[in-house]
Design a protein around this ligand. Structure first.
Ligand SMILES: N[C@@H](CCC(=O)N[C@@H](CS)C(=O)NCC(=O)O)C(=O)O
Length: 240
């Protein structure tokens, strides 16, 4: 039984989309995996049990019998290799370069945009956040344009096959408007890819996973009554 330690965030969706795609393709059954919710707003990522699976205190992570894996890219590779799907041998390095690009570039930059859009103005009301906000938004938009150029050459990010590299990036495109990109139509290849993935039943189910578990993070931050408590858990008093 594969346990997927998960929260409904762009990094979490990578794994929920992958297991849903495996179910959709008939390679995995629902009895083969279990999604284990980790409530980030309540600090469940810092419990001893979770840290024994994910020592960095971040989701996603997986446990498969005695084997534990953390870091989304490694988790995607483990599951895709074990279930032999979405990681074609022929395009191994094309997939890996886009997967590493996502975990080392798009993810962290988009994460900083999220921080300066959602949290920084509420955490430090007096500071001027203009520079970091503009810097990370600019970099996010640049990375989207890198995707757009690539998607003008291949149907999917790594090659003409749908792979774990696409699943890794998708969740970070969803909030593009809040992250300062008004209209995707100026990046037509990215728009085509985004619209196609958005309509895949497995992608929809992946993004719906534990959707109603209100963690008061991301877009919920501004309206959350216990925002300060959550911000303290995530950004100030954390042990990590
Ligand atoms: N490099 C990590 C990033 C994971 C990450 O940042 N996860 C976030 C959720 S999107 C998290 O667990 N945050 C909890 C916290 O900041 O305490 C990966 O790709 O797995």
């Amino acid at each position: 039984m594969l346990e997927v330690f998960f929260a409904p965030t762009p990094n979490g969706w990578k794994l929920s989309i992958l297991v849903e795609e495996l179910v959709e393709s008939g390679k995995m059954s629902r009895e083969d995996f279990k999604v284990v919710g980790v409530n980030l707003g309540k600090g469940e990522q810092f419990t001893e049990e979770f840290l024994s699976v994910s020592p960095n205190g971040r989701i996603p992570a997986i446990r498969d019998g005695a084997k534990t894996v953390f870091e989304s890219g490694a988790c995607l590779m483990y599951v895709a290799e074990k279930w032999k799907a979405f990681f074609p041998e022929k395009y191994k390095y094309e997939v890996l370069q886009w997967l590493f690009w996502q975990v080392g570039g798009l993810g962290p930059m988009a994460g900083q945009v999220s921080h300066f859009v959602n949290y920084a103005p509420l955490i430090d009301e007096k500071a001027d956040h203009t520079y970091p906000l503009e810097r990370y938004k600019r970099e996010y938009k640049r990375l989207l344009s890198v995707m757009d150029v690539q998607l003008g050459k291949t149907k999917y990010l790594a090659c003409d096959e749908y792979t774990i590299a696409d699943m890794a990036s998708y969740g970070w495109i969803i909030p593009y408007r809040r992250f300062g990109v008004e209209d995707l139509s100026e990046m037509p290849n990215l728009q085509r890819w985004f619209d196609e993935l958005k309509n895949r039943p497995a992608v929809r189910r992946g993004v719906e996973t534990l959707k109603n578990e209100n963690q008061n993070i991301g877009k919920n931050a501004k309206t959350s009554k216990n925002f300060k408590d959550v911000a303290n858990v995530l950004f100030k008093k954390s042990k990590m």
